[in-house]
Design a protein. Structure first.
Length: 422
């Protein structure tokens, strides 16, 4: 049996290729069942996110020599089309890869935690589809444990490297305590959601979220107790905000210089901190020329991100050492499974011999034969049956100069020092 992990990710394939092999929630159950029914596939799981599509399998390679072919076939792609973008990891390298994914070491943003939740969802999907067995179950549980260990024992999570976090850190540097400040957040995408989370953790209590689609902003408002407005009403609320962070997909600026000038007058020149994360920009460039306005763009956040990235890279080296050790430990467990099956077979054979001798002895006792004599005979017969085949093979091993088999028998049965001279 072989554990394999294969797929594509943000570093090996462009987005147009990643889109072609993604698995939406509506097709995931069918995909898992089809994958599990491939020849030689005993266990299977699929992780599909915007940054990666990966297949994890436990297979018999004698029956399934090319598991990657299924990925092409399922998505109706020409055979070999994915070859330039695919990676494939067997056994210990597969285990190491899954541990790195769970720990955020293989992510676009080093050390991020979102992928761990996605991996847990993939695990649950595979369980629901009946595709998880003993080895993949142990692998997923092991990966969750290792990810937690890395978070606890390294500083990889202490230095966020997103522009969302950098925006919040700048706000803290300018205002100090944020508890009594008001933030206006424009947009409702993933970046703004991260900004909201970081502000919430930093103690900022009043946040206004502006978006064209009220329904989406209301979802975030419910989770974090925010006040929602339509994006067209920004000018009415700008004067009451100390912090503005904008990240939309608008092709034209949303906040103009005149709007900000009026807000500054209404605020009696209390400063406004503004961050424009959008590309193209949401805030007119001239806004940065106004007194009492601190305007930062994406490029201005690079220094903070780079410093934190260096800190994370140092922590990642520590994490890699943990992963190397834990991957090796997992493979030791996998290797031990073969020994367990051999032990079970040995015990089963011994129990069958025992039952055979016992039934013959009981039959003779029922016929009235002397119990003491039957017991002595049964013990003698049981001993002979248990050691007959090993003894025969050890004699042949001696004749064929297979000393390693003789040495193994001595170790298995603790015979050293107990052998009689010829």
């Amino acid at each position: 049996m072989t554990i394999i992990a294969y797929g594509i990710n943000h570093s090996t394939a462009p987005v147009d290729i990643r889109e072609k092999v993604s698995f939406g929630t509506e097709i995931m159950p069918n995909a898992l069942n089809e994958l599990k029914n491939q020849n030689g596939v005993y266990e299977a799981a699929i992780l599909s996110t915007c940054n990666r599509t990966e297949i994890y399998c436990n297979i018999d390679q004698s029956e399934n020599r090319n598991p990657i072919e299924w990925l092409h076939n399922f998505h109706g792609m020409k055979k070999g089309l994915l070859k330039p973008f695919l990676y494939k990891h067997p056994n210990e390298n597969a285990v190491r890869h899954v541990l790195r994914v769970a720990s955020g070491l293989d992510s676009m943003i080093l050390g991020e935690t979102q992928v761990l939740g996605q991996l847990k969802n993939a695990y649950q999907d595979a369980i629901s589809a009946g595709c998880i067995g003993h080895q993949l179950n142990r692998l997923f549980q092991h990966s969750f444990h290792v990810a937690k260990e890395i978070r606890s024992n390294t500083a990889i999570g202490d230095h966020p490297v997103s522009v969302a976090y950098a925006s919040v850190r700048l706000a803290q540097q300018i205002f100090g305590d944020l508890e009594n400040k008001t933030a206006l957040l424009i947009g409702a995408g993933e970046t703004i959601e991260l900004v909201i989370k970081h502000f919430h953790e930093s103690g900022l209590k009043r946040m206004i979220i502006a978006n064209r689609t009220i329904e989406r902003s209301q979802q975030l408002a419910k989770e974090y107790s925010l006040f929602t407005i339509h994006i067209g009403d920004i000018a009415k609320h700008l004067a009451e905000t100390d912090i503005v962070i904008s990240c939309t997909a608008s092709s034209l600026p949303i906040i103009g210089k005149g709007t900000v000038e009026n807000a500054i007058k209404d605020r009696r020149h209390k400063p406004i901190f503004m961050v424009d994360i959008a590309v193209p920009r949401d805030i007119e460039d001239g806004v940065g020329e106004l007194d009492d306005v601190y305007l930062y763009g994406v490029d201005d956040l690079k220094d903070i991100v780079q410093v934190n990235l260096k800190n994370r890279q140092y922590a990642a080296k520590q994490a890699e050492q943990i992963i190397d050790f834990q991957a090796h430990e997992f493979m030791n467990w996998v290797d031990s499974l073969e020994a367990v099956s051999t032990i079970r077979a040995l015990r089963g054979k011994a129990e069958r011999i025992q039952e055979e001798v016992l039934q013959k002895a009981l039959s003779k006792i029922k016929k009235g034969e002397i119990p003491e004599a039957i017991l002595i005979e049964a013990i003698h017969t049981l001993t002979n049956k248990l050691i007959h085949e090993p003894s025969f093979k050890l004699k042949n091993a001696n004749a064929k100069n297979r000393d390693e088999l003789l040495e193994a028998a001595e170790e298995l049965f603790s015979l050293k020092g107990n052998k009689t001279k010829k």
